[in-house]
Every structure is written in structure tokens, then in C-alpha cells.
Design a protein around this ligand. Structure first.
Ligand code: 5CA
Length: 444
């Protein structure tokens, strides 16, 4: 991609209302534009990162057996009356009246909608377990939308819904998502801690949040330090037994949100030196709630004995747009964003130091085309701007590798390679620079 053909409206100044690094940096790097309170347009760099995050989530959902669908943003309010949540959900629910005076709801979540799909098509235990997910925009009329896309009113969520014959298999479905979440967040280089949580308006009595410790987190979490040392990828997890054991190992350590926190139990079960408390950003939340929706909505199945029973359900959310901000909260410095390779909008940024120099320009194009051919997404900063501006914009947008090409080094067949994560620069041959980038990217 040539920068001059692209659209990255970077800006020097921090937006006046932005209080946290991710909000400032997303606006300054031209990723998002606010349209009204808690509602944003996603500009090219922003949507690219969002899509990369979506793809990682998709791969791990499919690996865990979930199947993708797409439900609408607008739902009939009748479904919510059936489940009994229409009156209970409160002010956060946005209601829309159509020309026939029918009330529609811009979905804040989709338990009712997916239960309606399930009950229409699935009647037998033979079709279970089933896990359906989608990645769709949600609307919650938050009283205090803030921190950019971290707490928006319109936001992108991945939500999955599991259907099981009984409590035991429902637990396995829950555990499979638990593992998938840890793997998903690890691929984004985030250390997500599963914490026992309240289930709020979604319901049920088994619930975990996945939180990343960061000073700008909105809630307090408490856990045993040992949970941070666990590695979900250490063992091969294929059978239900292996998955259950791995999850139960996590659950054996103290870990709770402030609502669930029990100081006495914390002090009794966790040594002082292992006690961790900190602000957490909630990037995912999973729930198991049995027949809370299936019972009132008559989503029942015929089991092996020919008896009819309500299906056991769970729901599993990931804040996709919130993840963009969370990753930036975890990976930034004074100069800008430092993207983990897996989600970076481009992997390499080629900076031409000398505008109007034919040799430099053709070398930049040659390297750009070579990297693209290797499947490494590259942006070539060919703008008629000063080197200083290209450096500062390059650091701001946070592409992992910068290849700086100027006449002096080019004469010797060399290039300057800067790794954004360490800010280390070295002058090496083109071949070595490309080999190095390849080995880091493809080894991931
Ligand atoms: N139905 C369940 C699971 S599918 C549900 O809605 N869970 S939730 O309310 O916890 O939301 C799931 C995730 O969406 C949260 O963990 C959080 O990461 C994200 N999220 C929730 N509210 C917002 C918001 N206002 N802005 C951005 N992300 C949000």
C-alpha cells in the first residue's frame, strides 16, 4: 500500500476529551472518529486492526467447535417480553418504533434472538451440543460512555451461545469457551486473567470475566499471583477430560471481581506475597444459566428416553472493539502505539528518506512488492513529507517494523531496520533485513 494513496488522517494534538492513552492514540493515529457520544466511525487503520482481531477470534471459536451465524442488530421486542427481560433490562436498551408502531430493540445482547432460532429448528438431543456465534454491533445506551471505544454505546461484540442436553455437558461447553478465550487473548499478547464474576442482567450462577490488568481498568480484581504463571498452550487439550482438568486448574486459584471478593477467604487461601489486586479491563465475559431463557421461551428438546426437557444454555461475549483499545493500553510509549504483530494493521512500514530520488524510490517499491508477495502486509510512506514527519507518524501508527531507505545506505546495499517494540535500529543488508522480518513474523 502506498501511503499517498491511502487515508490515515494523523493529528498532532490530543483530543480535548480523551483521558486515557488508547483513546488519545486511536484518534491521533487516525483510527477512529467520534460521531456522537459513544458512537464512532472506524477509519482505514482502525477497521484493519478490528478485522485482524475478529479473525483471531473466529479461528479460535471455530477450533472450539462454535459455528458462525449473523443475527440482525434490530430485534423484535416481543422476544424480550417472552423472556421477561423487556421491562427488566432498563434504560440501556434502545427502543425504535417502526411505521407500524411496532417496537424494535437495537440488540444489547442476543440470548432471546438465538433462542428463537434454536427453538425453530432444533428438536432432538441428537443435534446437541450446539454452539452458535456471531460478531455483530451492539447498542447499550450507557449513561457514561467514555474512554473512546473502551466504553462505547455502539460497540462490536463476539457473542456465542451454547445449547446442551444437561448440566454436565453444559459445563464442558463452558469450559471449551474458557480455553478458547485464553488462547484468543494470548494470540494478541494479552495476559487475560479469568475472574469469578457476578452474572448481572444476563443471569445464571456460573460466570467468569476475562480481565487484563491495566491502570486504566474500570474495576478492581483480586487474584493469586500463580494464576498468571499458568500457560494454556503448555498441554495438548483435545479430550473433554483434558479440557476440564486444565480449566479446573485455573479455577483452583483465588480470583475474583470486587463484587465477588471475599477478603477473609483471600487472606486465608493466598499468601500475602502472592496476593495481587489491580485495576482490570474486562475484555470477555462468559455465563452459564441453564434454562433461564429456554424455559420461558419454550426451547425444549426430546431426549434419548423420549422425554421433553428445556435445553441448557450459556453465553460467551468478547468485546471486539474494546480489545483494540485494550491492546493499545498495554502496548504504547510516548511516541505512539506498539502493535503486537498478530493484530498490526501493516507489518512493515517502508520510509523513503529522500523524496524525488529515483534510486531510493525504485528500491522502496521493489522491497514493498517483495514483502507483499511474501504475504507480509506493507505500507510504503511515499509522501512528499519531511523525514521527521515520516518518523513521527511511523512511530505513532505503531507498525512493528520500519525499513528506512536513504541514498547513503542504499549505495552499500544496506537499509536501516527499526523494531518498534524495542526502538532498536540497525543497519544491515536488504537480504538480512528481510530474512529477519520473515523469521520473526512466520515464527509467531
Ligand atoms: N450476552 C453476554 C455474553 S455474550 C453479554 O452481553 N456479556 S457482557 O455484557 O459482559 O458483554 C460482553 C463483553 O462486551 C464485555 O466483556 C466487554 O468486553 C464488552 N462490552 C460490554 N459493554 C461494552 C461497551 N459499552 N463498550 C465496549 N465494549 C463493551
Amino acid at each position: 500500500m502506498l501511503w499517498s494513496n491511502y487515508f490515515i488522517p494523523t493529528q498532532k494534538e490530543n483530543p480535548a476529551d480523551a483521558k486515557i492513552p488508547s483513546h488519545k492514540l486511536m484518534v491521533r493515529s487516525g483510527m477512529i472518529k467520534q460521531e456522537s457520544a459513544g458512537i464512532y466511525s472506524w477509519l482505514p487503520l482502525g477497521i484493519k486492526v478490528l478485522k485482524n482481531i475478529e479473525n483471531i477470534i473466529r479461528q479460535e471459536q471455530e477450533r472450539a467447535g462454535a459455528i458462525e451465524i449473523l443475527m440482525p442488530t434490530l430485534q423484535s421486542s416481543d422476544l424480550w417480553s417472552e423472556s421477561g427481560r423487556y421491562d427488566g433490562y432498563g434504560e440501556e436498551m434502545l427502543r425504535v418504533v417502526d411505521r407500524h408502531d411496532r417496537i424494535l430493540i437495537y440488540g444489547p445482547t442476543n440470548e432471546e434472538q438465538v433462542t428463537e432460532i434454536f427453538r425453530k429448528y432444533v428438536k432432538s438431543y441428537k443435534n446437541l451440543p450446539l454452539n452458535l456465534y456471531h460478531i455483530q454491533w451492539k447498542f447499550r445506551d450507557e449513561i457514561r460512555p467514555r474512554f473512546g471505544v473502551m466504553r462505547g454505546r455502539e460497540f462490536l461484540m463476539k457473542d456465542s451461545y451454547s445449547f446442551d442436553l444437561n448440566e454436565d455437558t453444559a459445563k464442558i461447553s463452558y469450559y471449551k469457551m474458557f480455553v478458547a478465550y485464553l488462547k484468543t487473548f494470548q494470540r494478541m499478547e494479552l495476559k487475560a486473567i479469568p475472574v469469578s464474576a457476578e452474572s448481572g442482567p444476563i443471569g445464571g450462577n456460573l460466570s467468569h470475566e476475562f480481565s487484563v490488568i491495566a491502570p486504566t481498568g474500570e474495576s478492581e480484581i483480586f487474584c493469586d499471583k500463580s494464576i498468571l504463571d499458568l500457560d494454556i498452550n503448555k498441554k495438548n487439550l483435545t479430550t473433554d477430560k483434558e479440557i476440564s482438568e486444565a480449566v479446573e486448574n485455573y479455577l483452583s486459584f483465588y480470583s475474583a471481581t470486587d463484587e465477588k471478593h471475599d477478603v477473609n477467604n483471600f487472606n486465608k487461601t493466598v499468601k500475602k506475597k502472592d496476593q495481587i489486586s489491580g485495576r482490570g479491563i474486562e475484555i470477555g465475559h462468559i455465563f452459564s444459566f441453564g434454562d433461564k431463557y429456554s424455559k420461558p421461551m419454550n426451547a425444549s428438546i426430546v431426549n434419548a428416553d423420549g422425554k421433553i426437557s428445556d435445553v441448557y444454555m450459556g453465553s460467551y461475549g468478547i468485546g471486539v472493539s474494546r480489545l483494540v483499545a485494550t491492546i493499545i493500553e498495554c502496548f504504547n510509549d510516548d511516541d505512539g502505539i506498539i502493535w503486537p504483530i498478530s493484530v498490526a494493521p501493516f507489518k512493515v512500514n517502508i520510509i523513503n528518506l529522500k523524496n524525488n530520488d529515483d534510486d531510493c524510490y525504485s528500491k522502496c517499491i521493489e522491497i514493498h512488492n517483495l514483502l507483499e508477495k511474501l504475504g507480509i502486509e506493507t505500507i510504503f510512506d511515499d509522501r512528499d513529507e519531511s523525514a521527521g514527519k515520516k518518523f513521527s507518524d511511523g512511530d505513532l501508527i505503531g507498525v512493528p517494523f520500519q525499513l528506512i531507505i536513504g541514498p547513503r545506505e542504499l549505495k552499500n546495499g544496506n537499509v536501516e531496520l527499526k523494531i518498534r517494540k524495542t526502538n532498536k535500529k540497525e543497519i544491515i543488508s536488504f537480504e538480512r533485513a528481510i530474512d529477519k522480518i520473515k523469521s520473526i513474523i512466520f515464527e509467531e
